[in-house]
Design a protein around this ligand. Structure first.
Ligand code: CP3
Length: 349
């Protein structure tokens, strides 16, 4: 599919992903479109979560809100990882104050074997429309990131049926029904490849895979239940860089870096920059890992810690970001202090 998109003016983020020299590291924030922004709250009062996700004009507007407000170096399409379970006939409701709730979670082997990846990209055409529209509306200001959840993390929600601290039902199902679980992982992998390829065709210039619950697995279980599917996905996406964010999987850094085929690894704040560089290849870009809660510290402290983080990662092959999504109660000025400190890095500020 060919589109005539406006020329890209700020390519820092894409250059850092390729490992090219940059004047300073690029910066963006996971969940940068969201509840800490007053302009998001206006739309949140008017429309339900999935109305916002499924209406390309709304998704586009919400994606660009943080770009107008904070001017980070990349935009990430406003959507959710739970669109893929929806396309696999799992009913997902977003309940305010509680989070996602599935009406028909996987509870039996029959439920698991009923999961089939069919026409996933077609069913999620609204996401592709939102991406194409946003590419046009961004007018080349910054690149647009597409994303998907990793099979293990999607499995967690599809079996547990809701958010959880330990996803005990999902882990129990995995170990009690390995064959049925493997079937679900394979269908999720197929669905995710189809979905991400369609996002790239629609205009996504990089994609990030969120394995938010990787840290619930032991290293051996990660190698069996997460890693092979992540590898299959990264190797299937050829035209744009892939960022893998396996939260809590510090133990798998070395394998992720050497074997996954990713252009970059996202890191959470439990990993020191030195440890991450030691365990990863010198030619892989690292992204992260400011503790989102530290954005509640006084602004001078945020600025100091942000500079220290870049000093330790080094300005090359590095993308400044948070170690997880921004929290709803972070003042906008504090988010701005984080973004601005990265942008001023090396300028003598
Ligand atoms: O980063 C961005 O700005 C793009 C948008 C984005 C959202 N969800 C919007 C959203 C992205 C990348 C996601 C990914 C996502 N969704 C993940 C992986 C990243 C992570 O945080 O680990 C997960 C696990 C989900 C599932 C999900 N969606 C949960 C658990 C929740 C409820 C938690 C909460 O914050 O209320 C959501 C809802 C959601 N997705 C919101 C947003 C802005 C909040 C909805 C609202 O109340 O307005």
């Amino acid at each position: 599919m060919s589109h005539n998109f406006p020329e890209l003016k700020n390519d820092l983020f894409l250059r850092a992903l390729k490992g090219e020299e940059v004047e300073r590291p690029p910066v963006w924030m996971m969940r940068q479109a969201g509840r800490y922004l007053p302009q998001y709250m206006v739309l949140r009062k008017k429309y339900t979560f999935f109305e916002r996700v499924e209406t390309p004009e709304l998704a586009c507007e919400i994606t660009i809100q943080p770009i107008d407000e904070l001017e980070p170096d990349a935009a990430i399409i406003f959507s959710d990882i739970l669109t893929v379970p929806q396309a696999l006939n799992i009913d997902v409701q977003m309940v305010p104050g509680k989070g996602p709730v599935m009406g028909n979670p996987i509870r039996t082997e029959d439920d698991a074997f009923a999961i089939l990846a069919e026409d996933v990209a077609q069913k999620l055409q609204h996401v592709m429309d939102a991406i194409t529209l946003t590419r046009k509306e961004l007018n080349g200001r910054v690149p647009l990131i597409g994303f998907a959840g990793a099979p293990w993390t999607l499995f967690c929600y599809m079996v547990q049926g809701e958010g959880s601290k330990n996803f005990d039902k999902a882990k129990a199902f995995l170990f009690q029904h390995p064959d049925a679980s493997r079937h679900v992982m394979k269908e999720l992998t197929k669905a995710t490849i189809d979905y991400l390829r369609a996002q790239v065709d629609a205009g996504a210039q990089a994609v990030q895979v969120f394995d938010s619950w990787a840290g619930l697995l032991s290293p051996d279980d990660f190698n069996e239940w997460a890693m092979p599917y992540l590898m299959e996905i990264t190797h299937a996406i050829r035209d744009v860089p892939v960022i893998l964010f396996a939260k809590g999987a510090w133990y798998a850094l070395e394998r992720l870096s050497f074997k996954s085929g990713a252009a970059a690894l996202g890191l959470d704040w439990t990993i020191s920059p030195e440890f991450a560089r030691l365990k990863s290849r010198s030619e892989i870009t690292l992204q992260g890992n400011f503790d989102p809660t530290h954005l509640l510290a006084p602004i001078p402290e945020i600025r100091k810690q942000t500079r220290r983080m870049i000093d330790r990662f080094g300005a090359r092959r590095y993308i400044a970001n948070l170690g997880h999504g921004i929290l709803p109660h972070v003042p906008v000025d504090h988010a701005r202090a984080f973004v601005d400190s990265v942008k001023e890095y090396g300028s003598g500020e």
